[in-house]
Each structure stands twice: as C-alpha cells, then as structure tokens.
Write a protein that binds this ligand. Structure first.
Ligand code: UDP
Length: 486
C-alpha cells in the first residue's frame, strides 16, 4: 500500500549474502528478519543449491512473505547436488562459489543491475565474513560493507584473524598437539595446538582452506564493521583484543533468542501459535517433544552432530555403546547421510538395538531449540557447532563436546576451560570415555556444571532484554546502516 511503499522506498537497501550452508543461511535469515522489522529493505542473496530446498520450506517462505521490504534473490553456484552437503564437501562448494557465483555477483554489483524488484540500488552490504571478494567489490563500488561472521568469535579470533600470526610464528605446523599456543593474545594459557581450528593441523600451508581464511583475516578489518553471534560477557576474554583489530564490532547474540524475542514483541499473536522460528531446510520431527514429555526433568541426554559433521560406523558404535551403558535415556538425531559409508543395521549388536528401543528415541532431524529448552533435557552430546553451543548455553544445558571440524575444536575447549559448562572429548572416541562423560555431566558433577550453565543462561537472557547489550548493538547496527545510506 501507499504508506508501506513510501516507507520502504526511502529506507536503506541492504544486501545480505551468506555462505551457502544451512547454519550460516539460518543465522543470516534471522539477522535479515531483525533488520526487516526496523523497516530497512533487505535483499537476501542465496546461491542456487542452498535456495532450492528452502523453496519447499513453506513456513519460512510464508514468514518472509509478510514483509513488503524483503526479497530473495539467487545466483548460480554450479553445485549439482540438491541435498545440503556434508563437511567433506565444504571446500568443493566454496570453490564452486568462487568460480561461478563470484563473477556473477561482481557484475551485478558493478552494473548496479542487482535487484529486479527493488527500485533502489544496494546501499549497504552484509556478506559472510568468509567472502573476502565481497569486501573487495564493496571497495570497488564504494558500497559500505559490514561482515557477518557465523563461526564462533573464539575461533574467529584464535584461528582466523590470527592465522597470519600463527603461520609466522610456526604454530600451524608442528606435531605436538598439546603445545600451548602463545602467539594469540588473550588465550595464551588456554589454547593448545589441538584446540585451534581443524585446518591449522594441516602441514600443507598451500591448503585451500588456509588460503581462504588468510584472505578473510586480511579483508575483515577493512570492512566498516563486523557482526558476531555472541554477547559481551560470554566473550569478554577475547573481545578487547578483537576490537584492537576491528574496532566496530556488533555483538548481537544469542541471535536466535534475540530474534525470537523481537518477533514475539512485534507480533504477540505468534505466541499462541505453534510457530517455528528456525529456518531449517530439513523437516523437523516434532514427535520427539512428546517423547521428551514423558521423562523426568534433566534426565535425558540429547545427541546431535549438526548439519554437516559425519562419523564412521566405528565411531557411531563407540558413542552408541557409551551412551547406552550410561543408562541415561537419550534422544539422538541421526541425520540421513551422516554415517560415512552408510548405515548398516546388521553391523549393530542386537543388545544395543534392544536397549535403544527401551531408553532411546532416534529421529532424522529435531526441533533443536525446543529440545534444548525442554525441561527433560539435562545434557547435550554435541559436535560443538557454534549454533548448537550457543543454543545450549542459552538453555543452561551442559555439554559433552566431540568436535568435528573448523571452529568446533576451539568451541569445545572454551566450553570446558573458559565457560566451564561441559567436557571436551576431542580426539578420542571410546565407549568408556563417553560413558564416564555422560555420568559426570548428568550425575556426579551435575551440580557444578548446572551452576555455571545457569550463570551463562541468565547473562544470555540479560543481553537480549530491551536495554541489554545485544539489543543495544542491534539498535546501533540499524542506526549505522541508515547513516551509511544517507
Ligand atoms: N539443528 C536442528 N535440528 C537438528 C540438529 C541441528 O534444528 O536435529 C540446528 C541447530 O539448532 C543449529 C544448527 O542446526 O541451529 C546446527 O548448527 P551448528 O552451528 O551447531 O552446526 P553445523 O550444522 O553448522 O555444523
């Protein structure tokens, strides 16, 4: 209508461009929605292969259809497969984006022929921090750019922004995984070589991931700002150091909680509906919530390795035995395709299957935020993806960390040593260790873990209140986007 048109025409036109993986797209959509609520026009740019499954996700589409100031755009990426990819394909997708999407994106931005349906050219860009080419194109076209990093700040600091320093100090190569890494300010007594991002274990410095991250380390400080999914207290150890390199940091986390709170405040009718606030591209099996309803408070272990990580059959069996032997009821997400080489039930001992029928519930994909918020869940065996970690922190659920790759190695160390909300099981996969970790987390040391988990839970909730630090940072981001536009 007339009023909306007038409003949207004079607002900034923001372009959000996430890397094409489920976690980053999910986060970027939440950020997009927060900014839409303030009236800013948002174009959300997806590459084709990640957009296709989203098109079938009618909940998400209808939520975004409500905003006259929001539109999706897509560009090709040359990725053939339709299914969201697993971790080992990460670099293949990034290489395809570099070869296919980057030139198309550049041409769109340089020619200003970006948006079919919007009258205004793009006035501010928010690309994923990993798209260093977007920062170059922003400079070339004089469009202000604020990077959005969806990996954890502890990884961003220790292993991304400091990667050139690590390489120079000779800290990347080296066989002693227990050696403390002293070249990164702020974490000298915490991070061992094994706790750096997984690619830092590579002996080959010409590894394409290292190249990608070194480029990111150089480009992020050149942007006008950096948005990260954390809150001030949670990363108080490293934020002062990060701000020396990137002075304009917006800490807007826990983003999923802030997003939900702002959405509910904007439309109170959502509260009474069974609304899903996630933008998950897979269908969630909500029946596990009914299964959880039948269990005692804090009695269930939730097990999930997220959307990209995989495990071998041997690892599956070790973890499975450990969990079953701990005697705790468990809810386990077995994402199709997450077992390398495929899942063959004939390899699983009969007793394990029988015991699982008695105390377990297995689903393909769960409504994770609701699961972690369920009173029955008392522990989370996780791959330590950043979203999973922060979702667990918000709900005060202690974690057993079994990191797979990228930032997960750093997150799991911070979970154990900095936030003290769990145990880090990295580089091991043994049924006895798993069983002990579950018993420690949910029995023996439960009180200690719950105490620190509750402290972070309270601080996280404070951060997203009306005048909490993360709410203020989002407000400042909106003001800055407007100031960059005028
Ligand atoms: N997730 C979910 N259902 C599941 C497992 C995971 O909705 O069964 C969501 C989870 O809530 C989180 C995301 O998928 O938001 C996983 O992101 P994370 O950063 O933890 O790991 P990644 O999948 O990127 O490795």
């Amino acid at each position: 209508d007339q009023q909306n048109y007038a409003k949207t025409t004079f607002e900034p036109h923001l372009l959000i461009f996430p890397i094409p993986f489920q976690g980053p797209v999910n986060c970027a959509l939440k950020l997009a929605e927060l900014l839409c609520l303030s009236g800013i026009n948002v174009t959300f740019l997806n590459t084709d292969h990640i957009h296709r499954p989203l098109l079938r996700h009618t909940d998400v589409l209808s939520r975004f259809n409500r905003y006259p100031n929001f539109q999706f755009e897509t560009i090709p990426d040359g990725v053939e497969h339709e299914k969201p990819v697993s971790g080992d394909k990460f670099m293949e997708v990034m290489a395809a984006v570099d070869a296919v999407s980057k030139p198309v994106f550049r041409e769109m931005m340089v020619s200003g022929r970006f948006s079919r349906s919007s009258e205004r050219p793009v006035t501010v860009m928010i690309p994923d921090a990993c798209f260093s080419f977007a920062v170059d194109i922003a400079k070339e076209t004089s469009i202000p750019v604020v990077c959005f990093e969806t990996v954890s700040p502890c990884c961003l600091w220790t292993s991304y922004l400091n990667l050139p320093t690590l390489i120079e100090a000779g800290d990347v190569k080296g066989s002693d995984l227990d050696q403390l890494i002293t070249s990164v300010p702020g974490t000298e007594h915490i991070i061992r070589r094994r706790d750096l991002a997984s690619f830092c274990r590579s002996d080959d410095l010409s590894n394409p991931v290292i190249d990608l991250i070194v480029k990111e380390a150089r480009s992020v400080p050149q942007a006008q700002g950096l948005i990260i999914n954390t809150f001030e207290e949670l990363d108080g150890l490293i934020l002062p150091h990060m701000r020396k390199l990137c002075p304009n940091i917006y800490t807007i986390g826990p983003l999923h909680s802030l997003h939900k709170a702002k959405l509910l405040a904007a439309d109170t009718t959502l509260m009474s509906q069974e609304t899903t606030f996630t933008n998950s591209v897979w269908k969630e099996d909500r029946s596990c919530l009914t299964w959880l309803d039948k269990h005692l408070p804090k009695s269930v272990l939730y097990v999930s390795i997220g959307s990209l990580a995989t495990m071998t059959v041997e690892q599956l069996l070790e973890i499975w035995h450990g969990v079953v032997n701990s005697e705790k009821p468990f809810l386990w997400v077995r994402r199709p395709g997450s077992i390398t080489g495929g899942y063959d039930e004939s390899l699983v001992p009969k007793e394990l299957l029988e015991r699982t029928k008695e105390i377990g519930c297995i689903v393909d994909w769960a409504p994770q935020e609701d699961v972690l918020g369920h009173r029955a869940v008392g522990g989370f065996l996780t791959h330590s993806g950043w979203n999973s970690t922060i979702e667990s922190i918000v709900e005060g659920v202690p974690m057993i960390c079994w990191p797979y790759f990228v930032d997960q190695q750093v997150n799991s160390r911070f979970v154990e040593k900095v936030w003290k909300v769990g145990v880090d099981m990295k580089d091991t996969c043994d049924r006895l260790i798993v069983e002990k970790a579950v018993r420690d987390l949910m029995d023996k040391k439960q009180e200690t873990f719950t105490q620190s988990a509750n402290t972070w839970k309270i601080l996280a909730k404070e951060a997203i209140r009306e005048f909490g630090s993360s709410s203020l940072h989002v407000g400042r981001l909106i003001d800055d986007i407007r100031a960059m536009t005028s």
